[in-house]
Design a protein around this ligand. Structure first.
Ligand code: DX5
Ligand code: ZN
Length: 231
């Protein structure tokens, strides 16, 4: 399985964000995870479409635009989606609790030319996927409660990843589109193997990467752990 490492710039140096994005991609990251918090849906406040637009020219991988993976922790979500699409986002994910109409929000993201992601908080059931699997490009399993970097991985997320992996594989076997399975919160070198073995293919890591000097070394260790786990 292909593994994608998505550093969360929430833990980067906000005074040097463009440079941090460039450095982490040069260090082997596959994409950039962009956490948007509104001090309403979650008790923290971060960055918005203007910062996404400013970072867009700095986010390149092998001479091509790298994926900017926008994780919306805002309520409501629909008004801000076109702004992020215009700002150069490639994937836009939202929490189902933050929209009145999940199906409409998924459609809106795709209409804007982006991939659509649904995010599941630790206590939120995957049943919400039952009637919208064909409209989802990414499933994001939260392995912490959203709002802050540096929290501890909640082990129940492993069971949820296994369940999500089953749903995705069954959907694909029935002729459905590809869906990425992303995990976010408390991902480190010492647990990424088990997380990959549970079925994740896309790994958000904030403090584990930006909390160290050697981004390339950490990313390399993460990939080695995934290979060791046979994930
Ligand atoms: C939390 C954010 C995460 C966060 C992860 O609400 O969605 O993306 O940055 O940080 P770590 O990897 O430090 O848990
Ligand atoms: Zn996130």
């Amino acid at each position: 399985m292909a593994h994608r490492i998505a550093p969360s710039i929430l833990s980067a140096d906000f005074a040097r964000l463009g440079e941090e994005v460039k450095n982490v991609l040069a260090a082997g990251a596959d994409m950039i995870h962009f956490d948007v918090m509104d001090n309403h849906y979650v008790p923290n406040l971060t960055i918005g479409p203007m910062v996404c637009e400013a970072l867009r020219p700095h986010a390149n991988k092998d001479g091509k635009p790298a994926i900017i993976d926008v994780h919306l922790m805002v309520k409501p979500v629909d008004r801000i989606i076109p702004d992020f699409a215009k700002a150069g986002a490639n994937i836009i994910s939202f929490h189902p609790e933050a929209t009145e109409h999940i199906d409409r929000t998924l459609g809106l993201i795709r209409e804007q030319g982006c991939k659509a992601g649904m995010v599941f908080n630790p206590a939120t059931s995957l049943n919400l996927l039952d009637h919208v699997m064909d409209k989802v490009d990414l499933i994001l399993i939260m392995s912490v409660n959203p709002g802050f970097g540096g929290q501890k991985f909640i082990p129940e997320a492993l069971n949820k990843l296994r369940e999500a992996r089953k749903r995705i594989d069954a959907h694909k076997a029935a002729g459905g589109q590809d869906i990425w399975l992303e995990v976010d919160g408390g991902v480190k070198v010492d647990n990424i193997g088990a997380i990959g073995a549970a079925g994740a293919d896309t790994f958000v890591a904030g403090s584990a990467i930006f909390g160290h000097q050697d981004y390339a070394g950490i990313i390399k260790s993460m990939r080695a752990e995934l290979a060791k786990a046979g994930a």
